[in-house]
Design a protein. Structure first.
Length: 205
């Protein structure tokens, strides 16, 4: 018996001005800048040339704007999933690394070393991974035997990839960050999950 393969394409949203400035966004609703909109169109054009059956998006505006470009190119309607929001960075929203280092050097050193549990006033990485994986597993089941595009955020993608390859939230530093409008492909066949590609950006050239 041949088991149907399910494919999930994780797409990070396009660039925002805060991305360009290296500022933590978290749940702050920053829109795409001009480059981000161009990246979204390039991603959409690439996906329009492939077989895509379902489209999901975080409810934050930068993800929804990216998904809107995919909707226009593919004719799909995005299903909004709030669990795919970026990690809540709490009191660090709007800060860049230099500002965080100045405000709290000890915390920043621990964050840079990958040993902090999360963000003061926000979420822990464990909470982020738990909700991201919950959303991912729901999409996997809904997409059985088909291909779904999931437009979300760098934190979600790192959390989901960590889960797929057997890493805990505390080991997230073993997974690199992903580029704006990159694609990461995960497949499920016979209940086995496989990371197929990571941080693909060739469609943006």
């Amino acid at each position: 018996m041949i088991c149907a393969m399910t494919t999930i394409l994780l797409a990070r949203h396009g660039e925002t001005d805060w991305n360009r400035a290296g500022r933590w966004q978290g749940h702050n609703d920053q829109p795409l800048n001009d480059l981000g909109q161009a990246q979204a169109r390039a991603l959409a054009a690439h996906l329009a040339g492939t077989t895509v059956d379902l489209l999901y998006s975080s409810d934050l505006v930068r993800a929804r704007q990216t998904a809107s470009a995919v909707e226009a190119a593919t004719g799909l309607e995005a299903r909004i999933e709030p669990e795919l929001r970026e990690v809540d960075v709490g009191e660090w929203v709007g800060c860049n690394r230099e500002e965080a280092r100045e405000r709290d050097p000890a915390w920043y050193r621990r964050w840079a070393d990958g040993v902090v549990e999360g963000y003061r006033g926000g979420e822990t990485y464990e909470e982020l991974q738990r909700r991201s994986v919950h959303a991912f597993e729901g999409i996997l089941d809904a997409a059985e035997g088909r291909t779904a595009v999931v437009v979300c955020h760098g934190g979600n993608i790192r959390a989901i990839v960590s889960h797929v390859v057997g890493l805990s939230a505390a080991e997230r530093w073993r997974v690199a960050g992903v580029s704006n409008c990159s694609l990461t492909a995960i497949e499920r066949r016979s209940e086995r999950l496989t990371l197929v590609t990571f941080n693909e950006t060739g469609h943006l050239d």
